[in-house]
Write a protein that binds this ligand. Structure first.
Ligand code: NDP
Length: 246
């Protein structure tokens, strides 16, 4: 086996992982999955409450200084960030003609601009290490579109072009950049929906059910793990088949 093949199949050991938005929902499940496999995990949020065992960092991803400080703290505690999961995201839904510039700006700023900022900062260390995994959490809505989510869909579609350009720039240093596109996932938000509405969503999904946060987390740890060493620039749907064809 060549050296390159060897390095892509070795089991990861205690890597420095940074997950944004890891105090609840999908991000928390992602952070817990990395912790369970023995990685050193830093979680960044505005309100705190990282899972036990993770480094709990306060960081508003829309603020460049706070992002820099979070990376410094993670590096000090765990070493250079080898796996970045840009998961923090927001919605501000309303129909196009009612959507304000502010609705647009805050969603683009949190979901797209912050992901650029995080990936750029992470890539610095990864280029030095000559390895790294960047995973951006998009959404089925990015490619499918969704009424009332012009801003959100644009931000999530933007991640695809960004990831694919980074995959081309960074690939020669064994840094992969991939996008995960979840569909309807059961989180606090969707758990509160009336049963008929959940059933209506499920009826549109080939697998007939909403996804679990663990479904997304398992895909992310796989992309960051040895089995996905030759996967870059990919958009991996975790949507029960909802967005097929995109
Ligand atoms: P939640 O609303 O449950 O959690 C969002 C997370 O992002 C929180 O941890 C929040 O922490 C953090 N966050 C939001 N804004 C900022 C900010 N400015 N700076 C730092 N952290 C921030 O989201 P979900 O778990 O539902 O979704 C996670 C990701 O998955 C998002 O990118 C979302 O778009 C995507 N997604 C979700 C789907 C779903 O069905 N749930 C479907 C498809 C995609 P705090 O408020 O403490 O800062």
């Amino acid at each position: 086996m060549s050296e390159a093949e060897q390095s892509s199949t070795d089991a990861p050991q205690g890597r420095s992982v940074l997950v944004t938005g890891g105090n609840r929902g999908i991000g928390r499940a992602i952070a817990e999955a990395f912790l369970a496999q023995g990685d050193k995990v830093a979680v960044t949020t505005r309100s705190g409450g990282a899972p036990e065992g993770a480094l709990d960092l306060r960081c508003d991803v829309t603020d460049p200084d706070q992002v820099e400080a979070a990376f410094k703290a993670a590096e000090e505690a765990h070493g250079p960030v080898e796996v970045l999961v840009a998961n923090a995201g927001i919605t501000s839904d309303t129909l196009l003609l009612r959507m304000s510039e502010d609705d647009w700006d805050k969603v683009i700023s949190t979901n797209l601009t912050a992901s650029f900022r995080l990936a750029k900062r992470a890539a610095k260390g990864m280029l030095r290490l000559r390895r790294g995994r960047i995973v951006l959490i998009s959404s089925v809505v990015g490619l499918l579109g969704s009424p009332g989510q012009v801003n959100y869909a644009a931000s999530k579609a933007g991640l695809v072009g960004m990831a694919r350009s980074m995959a081309r720039e960074l690939g020669s240093r064994s840094i992969t950049t991939n996008v995960v596109a979840p569909g309807f996932i059961t989180t606090d938000m969707t758990a509160e929906l009336p049963e008929e509405q959940r059933a209506e969503y499920a009826s549109r999904i080939p697998l007939g059910r909403l996804g679990a946060v663990e479904d997304v987390a398992q895909t992310v740890t796989w992309l960051a793990g040895p089995g996905a060493g030759y996967v870059t620039g990919a958009v991996i749907p975790v949507d029960g088949g909802l967005g097929m064809g995109h």
